[in-house]
Write a protein that binds this ligand. Structure first.
Ligand code: ADP
Ligand code: GN1
Ligand code: MG
Length: 350
């Protein structure tokens, strides 16, 4: 049993603790108690997050805002204070923990039906819309420059130069792929700097497995993994969902033949997202395909950067795991480039 579990104000005493979920960043446990109440307990990644009090303050404010707009009991996550009244617990090793109510629902890696994907679009579109009146500038940037693609390019170049693990020589083709798209990679950031695209509160990590679905009705229950909720562009949230959920294969598929961006899923997600987020401006709508391409490009480059660095950021199951992920993202970017006209046409027709 993780000792941290005994430091939260649960309804009951913890009696079981098992590793849970499939996230790449935090360490997640499911806690059972003697009253039957269940909780998620997470040890937050110290590699990814450097200001946990600021991060938890963002999350509490955002979840309270959503709870006021949607009265369903599980419309958002409910965090549990620790014994000292904070929404986190700092253990003697310096690790931060936090806990929230377990939601009885399912979490999937790829849509089993198009309707699953539509539901996730409605969940993320609604999330963004519910927060459209939230003062974005008052939120802490939990990971500074998180989706600043030019900044991600700078970090990528630094790692290529440093080459701490001697891995550069084995991945020249992959490096060339990402570097050749650097100019295009900066386009969303330029539109943000020029004020063409507004800053709003965004989730920034809109993978399908960050939405919970009701097992029976298959309707979306709530959006989870709120660590990266901060000011951003709507194209980030749209784009990251397409990157992950509109792929015909999982993010770490080794057989690249199986990896494509499915245009039907793209259309379905776009419909769900746009219809549930009426506050999108015309410029934001037009930037959605770019979001899909750039989030895929950026994420793939982040996987490759972490591979060059010796795999410290993303959890990996084997030594080339991040490289495999970087390659699936390359395949998706190339496929989106081939399907670009179709993607734009779909957006015009909605
Ligand atoms: P990470 O940042 O590591 O992705 P998440 O917050 O997404 O961490 O949690 C990891 C996984 O745990 C999720 O993908 C999901 O499977 C599961 N999970 C998290 N919160 C809940 C919850 N309240 N109810 C049910 N499952 C959850
Ligand atoms: C991480 O936490 P998780 O597994 O939902 C990452 C995302 C990446 C994603 C790639 C805080 O998401 O940015 O897109 O992996 N989260 C963080 O699968 O870096
Ligand atoms: Mg997650």
């Amino acid at each position: 049993m993780e000792q941290a579990a005994f430091h939260f104000t649960y309804a009951g005493t913890p009696v079981s603790c098992e590793l849970y979920g499939s996230g790449h960043i935090n360490r997640t446990y499911l806690i059972g108690t003697d009253t039957g109440a269940r909780y998620i307990l997470q040890r937050l990644s110290s590699v990814a997050f450097h200001d946990i009090p600021g991060l938890m303050s963002n999350i509490i404010r955002v979840t309270e805002h959503i709870a006021k707009k949607d009265a369903r009991p599980d419309s958002t996550l409910h965090f549990i204070p620790s014994e000292n009244g904070e929404y986190y617990y700092l253990d003697e090793t310096g690790a931060y923990w936090r806990s929230y109510r377990f939601v009885e629902a399912i979490c999937i890696q790829l849509p089993e039906t198009p309707e699953d994907f539509y539901q996730s679009a409605v969940a993320f579109g609604t999330f963004q819309n519910q927060l459209s009146d939230f003062p974005a500038e008052t939120l802490t940037e939990t990971i500074p420059n998180f989706h600043n693609t030019p900044d991600r390019y700078r970090k990528f170049r630094d790692k290529i130069e440093e080459d701490p693990c001697g891995r550069v020589k084995g991945v020249r083709e992959e490096i060339a792929f990402y570097l050749s798209r650097e100019e295009a990679g900066g386009s969303l950031q330029r539109m943000r700097d020029q004020g063409i695209l507004p800053l709003r509160v965004t989730h920034n990590d809109t993978k399908l497995n960050n939405v919970l679905l009701d097992e029976k009705t298959r309707k979306a229950v709530c959006v989870i993994d709120l660590d990266t909720v901060m000011p951003g562009l709507s194209a980030f949230d749209f784009g990251d969902s397409i990157r992950f959920g509109a792929s015909t294969a999982v993010e770490d598929e080794q057989d690249l033949q199986k990896v494509q961006m499915d245009l039907d899923l793209f259309r379905i997600y776009a419909r769900g997202f746009i219809s549930s987020c009426p506050s999108l401006t015309e410029a934001e709508r037009n930037a959605l395909p770019l979001g899909a391409k750039l989030m895929t490009l950026e994420c793939g480059m982040r996987f490759l950067t972490d591979y060059l660095d010796g795999d410290h950021y993303f959890k990996t199951g084997y030594s080339e795991h991040n490289l495999v992920r970087a390659r699936t993202q390359m395949k998706l970017v190339a496929d989106m480039e081939d399907k670009w006209a179709e993607m734009e046409r779909i957006l015009c027709e909605i």
